[in-house]
Design a protein. Structure first.
Length: 306
């Protein structure tokens, strides 16, 4: 998957969330709905989050320098981690607090039709954003489930957009139920209950993202399948006959650092060893396009050295 596909998904989410935010705040002002206000804050947080993801991508493109010789790619992980914190604080905690206030001090709901209309429009826009994110994620997902993709991908933006959009759609359903039950029962407490439910949903999404982005920020290695392909590519029966050690770490979604110690066939001269290492690097880059800096240390089996 190209980097542009990921950017397209973020831009689509940004445009959708910005429009939804304006509509929801207008609906919250007109109706006095706590569920609508919680959803407006949810969408405001989502819009800010897409902006943060774009900033992270931009800063990750800085060229390496003396202070950061391996580049600034981890900015994408850092800003995705910040996004998770924003969802938790600005989205979840606000919604729960607002919902508790609405339950304790119920207020009548006005212009429910307007609220329902805005929620339906928001569902359509969020559905478009989610469809774009799914399309961008499909090449990376392969045959894995969506949950496994979110747990294992080294791309930070796509899981954020996927979870945000899925959470937004579920949140809209909860807001719809809150407003609908309030109208049917003439009891505004349902609006408060819907608001609290939205806050709990956002909290759950935030926790998942915080755990996943923290792991990426600390540094994750190649996937088991990538490691298998790297090991197989390093071996050249006539010159490199084994891999003693292999360590990898993603510095960015498209920048995998690889360090390996390989065993050389006995009796090779230095020129042949250098040629074998260059060829091994080329093979690795062919099977793992994300491979960036590759460091290969030639060695002999211990039994051969003794």
């Amino acid at each position: 998957m190209s980097s542009g596909d990921s950017r397209k998904a973020v831009l689509a989410a940004f445009a959708a969330d910005a429009g939804i935010t304006v509509a929801k705040f207008g609906g919250a002002i007109l109706t006095g709905s706590g569920s609508m206000l919680a959803e407006a804050m949810h969408s405001l947080a989502d819009t800010a989050n897409q902006g943060l993801l774009l900033v992270g991508r931009r800063r990750a493109e800085q060229a390496p320098d003396q202070l950061h010789p391996f580049g600034y790619g981890r900015n994408r992980y850092f800003y995705s981690f910040v996004v998770a914190l924003v969802i938790f604080t600005l989205g979840s905690l606000f919604a729960i607090n607002e919902g508790i206030h609405k339950i304790r001090e119920p207020e009548p709901l006005e212009s429910a039709g307007i609220a329902i209309g805005i929620l339906v429009i928001a569902m359509c826009l969020e559905g478009y954003s989610l469809a774009t994110a799914r399309e961008a994620s499909a090449p990376l997902k392969g045959r894995n489930s969506w949950w496994r993709f979110i747990r294992t991908t080294r791309n930070p933006e796509l899981p954020v957009v996927l979870l945000e959009d899925t959470g937004a759609l579920i949140g809209l359903v909860l807001a719809f139920l809150g407003v609908g039950l309030t109208v049917l029962t003439d009891d505004p407490i349902w609006d408060g209950i819907g608001t609290v439910a939205i806050g709990i949903l956002l909290g759950a999404i935030a926790v998942v993202l915080i755990v996943e982005m923290k792991s990426l920020l600390i540094g994750e290695g190649a996937t088991p399948d990538e490691e298998r392909r790297i090991r197989e590519s390093l071996v050249d029966v006539n010159r490199i006959d084994g891999v003693l050690q292999l360590k990898t770490q993603y510095l960015a979604p498209d920048d995998l650092l690889i360090a390996a110690k390989v065993t050389m066939v006995a009796g090779l001269d230095i020129s042949t060893v250098a040629t074998a290492i260059d060829a091994a690097e080329a093979r690795v880059r062919q099977v793992v396009p994300a491979a960036g800096d590759i460091y290969i240390e030639p060695d002999l089996h211990r039994s051969r050295r003794e």
